[in-house]
Design a protein around this ligand. Sequence first.
Ligand code: SF4
Length: 349
Amino acid sequence: MNDKQLIRTLSPDTLKNWLAEHKEKPFRAQQIMSWLWQKDVHAIDDMTNIPETLRLKLQQSFIWDRTQLLSFQLSSDKTIKAVFKLYDDAIIEGVIIPSDKRMTACISTQAGCPVKCVFCATGQLKFIRNLSAGEIVDQVVDLNQLSQERFGKGLTNVVIMGMGEPLLNMENTIMAIKKITSDEGLRWSPRRITLSTVGIPEGIIRLANEHLGVNLAISLHSAIQEKREKLIPFAKKYSLVDLQTALKQYTYFTHQKITIEYLMLQDMNDSITDATALSHFASQINAKINLIPFNPIDHCNLQPSSAIKIEEFMSFFKYKNFTVRLRKGRGVDIDAACGQLANKFLKDV
Ligand code: SF4
């Protein structure tokens, strides 16, 4: 089984070549692609307009890496956290966050995460592997269906902000975005998608060059290099100066406003010195600022900033005419901080 290729890594042309080698008609490529990327089926045997003999050949040559929704938890604030099993038994998470106007899904790009942010439950998990483009798209399909079932309406937005650092799984993330937004895929507007990254300068430039049209968010959490490295050890590889330069280029090429994500952590990044550093950083790249209340996690001493501190931070940035927003803490009762549910699930099985 291990030497079989993932079927959704095939391009239409490669699939046509494979069909020719196996003495099958080229028009089957379009039919198979449609089953793989547009229809919500889970097995090669479900491709009802494909002859049984061809389905057998496909099964002998390929793995369909379809994710499987294992379970979900519903929070008192209606946030849903879902656990998915991958074809090799790896576990990932996805979240649905309903609000008045939006139904937002938060999806994963890696099983575990090599970045190891100290405030993140996913960072405490072992890094397993990158997700395939198909596995990233499946989360959108399945969470959309779950949203329809539970709330009577589908997703309006997707944030690529779940487990993993998307720019460390660049090719598959880009391919997944193209599939979600293309006519051969889910036909979503890229404006409804936000990619969140800890900030890998070369990845940000690559993203700009791809002209995907998605929104970009940076998990900054401190605009002071030493503090940022304490929170995101991976950030030692990249200086804030390099990150800022890449973000300037991104806005120059895309004309898009970037969002800075900033977790509010007591006595870590919530002083006036921290606010001043953040305002200098953000003003250089014309960014909006999202302040995020912290959901405490196991094995981490960090605590959430007080409501008064958060209010002071908000006032500081409003006074300086920044667009600043306080994101609501959601799903606190269902382990909704990134990685918490998968962590629990992995311990329970
Ligand atoms: S916050 Fe994101 S980048 Fe950091 S460890 Fe968690 S999943 Fe990885």
